[in-house]
Design a protein around this ligand. Sequence first.
Ligand code: DC
Length: 230
Amino acid sequence: MKRKITIAIDGFSSCGKSTMAKDLAKELGYIYVDSGAMYRTVTLYAMENDLISNGIINTEKLEAEMDNIHITFKFNDITKKPDTYLNGTYVEDKIRQMEVSNNVSPIAALGFVRKALVKMQQAMGKEKGIVMDGRDIGTVVFPDAELKIFVTASPDVRAQRRFDELTAKGDTVNYNEILENVKKRDYIDQNREESPLKQADDAIVLDNSEITIEEQRRWLINKALEVINR
Ligand code: DC
C-alpha cells in the first residue's frame, strides 16, 4: 500500500486552486478540503446574525459565538464537489456570492477566527491522505506537508475566471467590480498581521496564467506521485 501524504495548495484568490485541489484529491482517492469555504461560512454567519455591517465587525460577539458555528462538508454526487453546510444547513451557493466575497477578508484577518478554523483543519488532516487549499496551509496548518504548491496567476486572468464562473451560474456581475475585489483581497491577504499569504520556503510555484487545466492536472499528479513514491 502506497504511503499517504499531506498536500497543501496555497495561493491568491481565483487561481483555480479549488479545481486543481479537488481533481488531485479525486485521482489520489484523498479527502479534499476547501479552507476558504470555511472562512466564507464564518463570514456568512456574521452577516446573517448582524455581526458585521459596513466592514465593522462586532468582534466580541463573534468570538463568543465561535463555538456555535459548526461547519461540515457533504460530497455532492451531481457536482462531484463537497458542499458546505453551516449548522446543518446547506450554504454552498450563498458563501460564493459577491456580498460574502466583499466581507470575508476582515473576518479572515481575525486571530480568534483563524485559531478556531486552523484547529478544525488540522483535525481533518490527522490521518493524512488530504489535499487542502487556502492561504496558510503550507505555512501554518500543515507546515510538515510533504508536498506544497503555491499557485499564482495575473489579477486580470483571475478576475475573468471569477466573472465567467459567476455568469455561468446566472449571476449578473460587473467585471471591473470583480477585478477590484480580486486586487483588494490580494492586498489584504498579503498584508494582514495574522498568517499573511506568503509562499512557504519549500513550496513549488505554479503560475497558471498561460496553461490549460489539463496541462496543470497532469503536472500536478506527476508531482504528487513523485513525492508519494519517493
Ligand atoms: O479561496 P477563497 O477566495 O474562497 O477564500 C476566501 C477568503 O478567505 C480569502 O479572502 C482569503 C481567506 N482565506 C484565508 O485567509 N485562509 C485560508 N486558508 C483560506 C482562505
